[in-house]
Design a protein around this ligand. Structure first.
Ligand code: NAI
Length: 365
């Protein structure tokens, strides 16, 4: 099979890449930020030359990858059917996601055209710890206290919080991050219940989604975004929630219907919301708009609420996670071009017992 030549029959038997050790390879790195560069330059070494592009990948910018051997993308890049077709037409055989989530990739369309690799896990601790940091900030009003004391305002009025000890936290999605978060919550003496399509955590009380909504004082989302989980917290869910619930979302924005959340806050059903991700984040997050007028009325209204804390998709951002992301992404790219097995490859058939080729240590196509 020669992916660069567009030979993409799904039933081809995997053969080593024709690219051999033709190094250094050139990689178009979209949505590049200052904090990405040091770790990628370090791990890429002599073998990979990165073309760092500040712009995000989409239909209009895909052309910038011309002449490159691969593309590296992040959470808010758009890897839609037209983008995939454009990359394949330029002879680019592989897309390396430098993240775990892949809801921004049309995997079905990519099959047979563009190999997709990702970083399935880098630091579940980074995300789980950030989630707890948000919860503590909200519950103990640390953000308010920080502002006050810097103005020499040492009053405590309005800063009353509550103990997490003894409260019930409902965790939706008990994979790598969810499990670490559960461990942290237990350290605080919280009662943990969970909902997962494929329960895998030992010693955890699994309940239905509705029971979780009904019983939880705090709900934390750690499932991927999919058709099933889209707006898992939405208008229909609101009446099921315990009054005053704290919602934590460090997973993907569209798990929560932001307009419904606003309603829930106004109706005093939702006691607080801590969001590291937002449905419409892709045109805003990771960039500095200070001094500009925010066009997104829903986000502006949410930010105006005293009980809403927003961080801009920052949960992953630790030294450890950045190093791991760069090392695994570079490893994925080298494995692809050196014709080695791709343990971090993804396709729409992954997980299917009959169809998943990775079970046979083969590439997805
Ligand atoms: P994982 O794949 O280890 O765990 C996901 C869990 O969700 C699995 O247990 C799975 O069975 C469960 N799940 C899948 N579909 C479900 C459904 N319909 N209903 C209930 N549960 C379902 O993933 P991991 O590494 O724990 O990451 C979770 C999410 O965190 C990622 O999908 C990503 O969106 C997000 N993330 C956010 C970051 C940030 O910086 N804010 C960084 C890294 C990941």
């Amino acid at each position: 099979m020669n992916p660069a030549a567009g030979d993409t029959r799904a039933d081809d038997v995997y053969a080593p890449s024709p690219f051999g050790h033709n190094l250094p390879m050139k990689v178009a790195f979209f949505d590049a930020k200052d904090y990405d560069k040091p770790s990628f330059l370090r791990f890429g070494g002599e073998k990979i030359v990165f073309k760092f592009l500040e712009t995000k990948l989409d239909e209009d910018t895909a052309e910038l990858a011309k002449g490159c051997d691969a593309v590296c993308a992040f959470v808010n890049d758009t890897v839609s059917a037209p983008v995939i077709d454009r990359l394949a037409a330029m002879g680019i055989p592989v897309l390396a996601l430098r993240c775990a989530g892949y809801n921004n990739v049309d995997l079905k369309h990519a099959f047979g055209k563009l190999h997709v690799v990702r970083v399935p896990a880098y630091s579940p601790y980074a995300v789980a710890e950030h989630t707890m940091a948000l919860l503590l900030t909200s519950v103990r009003r640390i953000h308010k206290a920080y502002d006050r004391t810097r103005d020499f305002n040492f009053s405590l009025s309005g800063l009353t919080g509550f103990d997490l000890h003894g409260k019930t936290v409902g965790v939706i999605g008990t994979g790598r991050i969810g499990k670490v978060f559960i461990g942290i919550c237990r350290g605080f003496g919280m009662r943990v219940i969970a909902y997962d399509k494929h329960p895998s955590a030992e010693g955890v009380e699994y309940v239905t989604a509705d029971e979780l909504f009904e019983r939880s004082d705090v709900i934390s989302l750690h499932c991927p975004l999919s058709e099933e989980t889209y707006h898992i917290i939405g208008r229909e869910t609101l009446p099921k929630l315990k009054k005053g619930v704290i919602l934590l979302n460090t997973s993907r924005g569209a798990l929560i219907d932001a307009e419904a959340l606003l309603e829930g806050i106004k109706q005093r059903i939702v006691g607080a919301a801590c969001l590291d991700v937002y449905e419409e984040e892709s045109d805003l997050f990771f960039r500095d708009f200070s001094g500009h007028i925010l066009e997104d009325d829903v986000l502006a209204r949410l930010l105006s609420m005293p009980n809403v804390i927003v961080t801009s998709h920052q949960a992953f951002l630790t030294e450890e996670a950045l190093g791991e992301i760069a090392s695994v992404t570079v490893g994925n790219l080298l494995a692809f071009f050196e014709g080695k097995p791709l343990e971090n490859e993804l396709c729409y058939r992954c997980g299917s017992v009959e169809e998943c080729r990775k079970n046979r240590k083969e590439r997805c196509f």
